[in-house]
Design a protein around this ligand. Sequence first.
Ligand SMILES: Cc1cc2nc3c(=O)[nH]c(=O)nc-3n(C[C@H](O)[C@H](O)[C@H](O)COP(=O)(O)OP(=O)(O)OC[C@H]3O[C@@H](n4cnc5c(N)ncnc54)[C@H](O)[C@@H]3O)c2cc1C
Length: 456
Amino acid sequence: MARHKVVIIGSGFGGLFAAKSLKKADVDITIIARTSHHLFQPLLYQVATGILSGSEIAPSTREILKNQKNATILLGLVEDIDTDNKVVHWRNHNREMSTAYDTLIVAAGAGQSYFGNDHFATYAPGMKTIDDALELRARIFGAFELAEFESDPERIAKLLTFVVVGAGPTGVEMAGQIRELASHTLRKEFRNFDPRQARVILVDGAKHPLPPFGPELGEATAKALQKLNVELLMDTIVTDIDSNQVTVKNLNDGSETVIPSVCKVWAAGVQGSSLGKIIGEKTGAEVDRAGRVVVNPDLTAGNAPDVYVVGDLMFVPGVPGVAQGAIQSARFVAAQIKAKVSGNTPKQAEFVYKDKGSMATISKFQAVVKLGKVKATGFIAWLAWCFLHLLYIAGFKAQVSTLLRWTVSFLSNARSARTTTNQQLVGRLALKKLGAGSSGKLLAESPATATEETQL
Ligand SMILES: Cc1cc2nc3c(=O)[nH]c(=O)nc-3n(C[C@H](O)[C@H](O)[C@H](O)COP(=O)(O)OP(=O)(O)OC[C@H]3O[C@@H](n4cnc5c(N)ncnc54)[C@H](O)[C@@H]3O)c2cc1C
């Protein structure tokens, strides 16, 4: 008799942990993902700011699962799911393919949301993929490079003004790191200007940074950022962005301010993968405004008992879009499948999320941690952050290499992954111009509708 076929879409935390948890199950697993790597998104900001290289946080999925004989990995972009006939339709460039499943796990995650202003993406890339992080690295270091041969003080100021939109963990981490680059790493490297004069501005509509951490830790983070010389524009939203400036509006008095800036980072808002909408249409499951599938208590979707949605693409009240949400939901679904295949009743009928706390770094040696009622800031919190992040990086090689690079960066302020290329800088927009996203020839899916080139 043919073995039970499990198809997993995605190789992020949800996809990888589902596959690993099914290692000993009597099933054949096919992972279809649009990248050949598993991405550790929490450290993307370190790739963008030259601390880590892409390979430390994006090891090959094939290599991670090489000893798992029941897992096959296919590189492709899933475009449709036929829940009636239990088939997933996908393609790799021009090659279109279909894969049948008995059980489907959709772990396709979420992309960046520009809240209906997708054209902002041209000038303010988000940070969801290795491509995004490398583009941002090229833009950040590139802005300093351009300032070296400018004579117009206004243009130099514009090049040295970095605007980070969104004061969640990613925005806070990016702002802190750009500040450290300007204040320490690049301090002696330019002759035309002093990098310390760079401005880093963090914008958010909330009252304080890190809103999910609560007011106490939010205020502590605000103080720590201000001490680093990050300018905070809280209670403020972005109303427009172009190549030369960001327009912001103060929510208290309605006043608008234009900030001349060449390099912008978008770290606000998430939008579920477009597969969420397809699942909603096919199974009758509700899809929320952020494009996430409102799943049943056992994480199945709508009227399809063989389609599970896990990780950032699922909506379960009280479960945040964090790595633990993806890992725990993936493990829960794997347990359901194992029970089903062996004819047993699952131990747990409904998914219950265990909050293991949240943490974010502000800068070198400073972090905030919230674990239930326990709140910590400063060096101890930062050590806990380092330890846990190292623990979850996939693969011993990547862990050792990350530790070495951290030692270099944290002890000397140097960055060992500063290489940037023209392709990183203009690749995304050039591909858009070629129409690659819409003609469907590549493995890309991006919210950007950009046709104009970056100024950098
Ligand atoms: C910059 C950043 C920082 C973060 N920091 C933290 C943090 O500090 N702590 C924390 O807990 N969480 C953090 N998160 C959140 C955490 O990374 C996510 O919650 C987690 O990655 C979700 O896992 P997932 O498997 O659902 O989705 P993802 O990890 O996004 O994986 C989605 C997978 O699906 C694939 N895919 C998508 N669409 C398709 C398709 N159509 N066809 C085929 N494959 C497809 C993708 O290539 C990818 O492999 C951060 C996220 C970001 C972006």
